[in-house]
Ligand binder design. Structure first.
Ligand SMILES: Cc1cc2nc3c(=O)[nH]c(=O)nc-3n(C[C@H](O)[C@H](O)[C@H](O)COP(=O)(O)O)c2cc1C
Length: 331
């Protein structure tokens, strides 16, 4: 139904209008966890896994940026996701960049965005999370800094986000890799990164803290960031965010996601292999892509652009494609 009916209609709309329509439809399930549970159906225990000390009903999750304000978590879990990451959330609400700021590039299976952390702020997210009635899998909160917070004070924003939200979610993500907040990615440099991870972990209590990295870092910079993440007690990594590189000519600025990101995001994933448990994300559109991520070392896999192009049935298709989670041999 999505490919034949809904997608042609949605793709006729402006990309951000279609986004709000889709998310709005999913959010209708917020008050109906019973119906959502029925739509999800039973989880197959063979797909369950434990990562970062958390139990996941399956290894396919929603990447950050689709549900920035935690408005549609019940509907998203109804689709079959094993975990949902909400945000990026900043301490104070902010409008993001001027529209248009989200573009489709269908001939490349890609999206291009320069949203700029538009969100309702950490207090609004805290109230949404505290009202949530049904959590069939872990919820991650992806933290960012406000645009008008200078980089020297960035650690305060991450610490505040962690203080307000750690108790309401299962893991936190330090996002320093979005290309649409000026200067943000410079904070992946070791000294700044150390300070931000320390400040976040100090407020996170027992919650695992993950670092989301950019695909545009040089390999040596990836290694350096991972060293700091290990030294500062991060529980895991997310590889990767969107890229500012363009494998084709396009007039719009912003971060590119979808098929063109598959290769580089998987290279980064393979590079960090064995250092910390990692969520692989970037360009997953079908079962083969999931296998590629798992083979490259992913413990879990997230999707965003694939969901827009392939539709909601993709989630269960990918869950089945992961097969049973490998178990350590019995002793
Ligand atoms: C419209 C849009 C908004 C996004 N917003 C965020 C965000 O707020 N925080 C973040 O960490 N990643 C954000 N992302 C990046 C995704 O989480 C993901 O890392 C990236 O899109 C690669 O996955 P994909 O190829 O499956 O889309 C966004 C991506 C898109 C397309």
């Amino acid at each position: 139904m999505y490919q034949q009916l809904l997608k042609p209609l949605l793709f006729r709309l402006d990309a951000e209008a279609a986004h709000h329509l889709g998310l709005g439809a999913l959010s209708l399930l917020e008050g109906s966890p019973g119906l959502a549970r029925a739509l999800r159906g039973p989880d197959d225990p063979a797909h369950a896994t434990t990562v970062f000390g958390l139990t996941f009903p399956n290894r396919i999750g929603l990447a950050a940026g689709l549900d920035k304000n935690a408005e549609a978590m019940v509907g998203l879990f109804a689709l079959g996701f094993g975990f949902v990451e909400v945000g990026t959330v900043t301490p104070r609400p902010q409008p993001g960049n001027d529209r248009p700021r989200l573009f489709r590039v269908p001939e490349h299976g890609a999206l291009l965005n320069r949203m700029g952390f538009n969100n309702l702020g950490a207090h609004a997210m805290a109230s949404r999370l505290s009202e949530l009635e049904w959590r069939p899998g872990p919820i991650g909160v992806n933290l960012g800094k406000n645009k008008d917070t200078p980089n020297e004070r960035a650690h305060d924003d991450y610490a505040l986000g962690a203080r307000l939200l750690a108790g309401l979610c299962d893991y936190l993500v330090v996002n320093l890799s979005s290309p649409n907040t000026p200067g943000l990615r410079a904070l992946q440099e070791p000294e700044a990164l150390r300070r931000i991870l320390q400040a976040t972990r100090a407020e996170a209590g027992a919650r695992p803290v993950l670092l989301k990295i950019a695909p545009d870092l040089e390999d040596e910079a990836v290694d350096a960031a991972v060293e700091v993440a290990v030294a500062e007690g991060a529980a895991g990594l997310i590889a990767t965010n969107t890229t500012v590189k363009r494998p084709f000519i396009h007039p719009e600025a912003g971060g590119l996601s979808g098929r063109p990101l598959l290769q580089r995001s998987t290279e980064v994933l393979a590079r960090v292999r064995g250092r910390l448990p990692t969520i692989g994300v970037g360009g997953v559109f079908g079962p083969d892509d999931v296998q590629l991520k798992l083979k490259a070392g992913a413990s879990l896999v997230q999707i965003y652009s694939g969901l827009i192009y392939q539709g909601p049935r993709l989630v269960k298709e990918l869950v089945s494609a992961t097969g049973p989670t490998p178990r350590p041999p019995p002793r």
